[in-house]
Write a protein that binds this ligand. Sequence first.
Ligand SMILES: [Zn+2]
Length: 133
Amino acid sequence: MAIPRFWREIPSRYNLIGTKCGSCGKVDFPPREICPDCGRKSLGKMHSFRLSGKGSLVTFAVVHDAPAQLEMQKPYVVGIFEMDEGVRLTSQLISVEPGDVKIGMRVQAVFRKLGQQGEAGVIHYGYKFRPSL
Ligand SMILES: [Zn+2]
């Protein structure tokens, strides 16, 4: 039976754990079973790899309409971040006013509540980024 994708990804969402290819050294996030560059050569050579959480902002957008179930301030900033390991992630940029956001600024991953579903309260956690100090 297939494990729902969301549950499978929890450990990697929570710890920023990706994979590193034992053949070419490429880092991927979320984790992969096969290296996109090496294909079958990488089978059995993929290792868990914890990202440092440090990187820089590649591009961003200011979002004015947040979905109701996400308890977010409006407007908020969504960015594409390039990690120092070479992986790109999309997430929210927090702790900065939209007008102060600059492409290329250094960022650090932090873990935050992403939202809550229904009254039973399934709480989703994940990574966001804030400017590094
Ligand atoms: Zn590879």
